[in-house]
Ligand binder design. Structure first.
Ligand SMILES: [Zn+2]
Ligand SMILES: [Zn+2]
Length: 137
């Protein structure tokens, strides 16, 4: 897929991923769950060069979480992205991109060892713990 458009809930922030395969992953870590009221579902477009902010960049609020930046729409509060400036790496809220979630495969669960017991996703997929070691159940 190319030039995939996304936007936050209120539409103030519009962005685009230039090129992407239909792959969604989730993160069960404490911070993602606290911020998003559950495990965040994300896409990994990789380098900053693959991401374009089309509109509303000035509306983005950044939370500096240790070495990474977490970006939100300052109007509606939508989670926009996770950004590691050192690695020049972006991951974005998959739910911003209607075209991705129509056909995406759900292929990976991160920080699976931090997942609370009360929920779980159906089906089998790759699961990694907080040290990025694969979990076999
Ligand atoms: Zn918004
Ligand atoms: Zn997380």
């Amino acid at each position: 897929m190319n030039n995939i458009h996304g936007h936050c809930a209120c539409g103030a922030v519009e962005l685009m991923i230039k090129e992407y395969g239909n792959f969604v992953y989730t993160c069960h870590c404490d911070t993602c769950r606290r911020i998003n009221s559950g495990p965040v579902l994300s896409v990994d477009p990789g380098l900053k060069e693959n991401v374009e902010f089309l509109h509303g960049a000035e509306k983005i609020t950044i939370y500096h979480d240790e070495d990474v930046e977490r970006g939100f729409c300052s109007v509606c509060g939508s989670t926009l992205f996770w950004h590691d400036p050192k690695e020049n790496h972006y991951c974005m809220n998959a739910e911003l991109f209607d075209d991705v979630i129509q056909s995406a495969s759900f292929a990976l669960e991160l920080f699976y060892d931090m997942k609370p017991a009360y929920y779980g996703f159906e089906g089998q997929r790759k699961r990694l713990d907080r040290n990025f070691q694969e979990i076999h159940e």
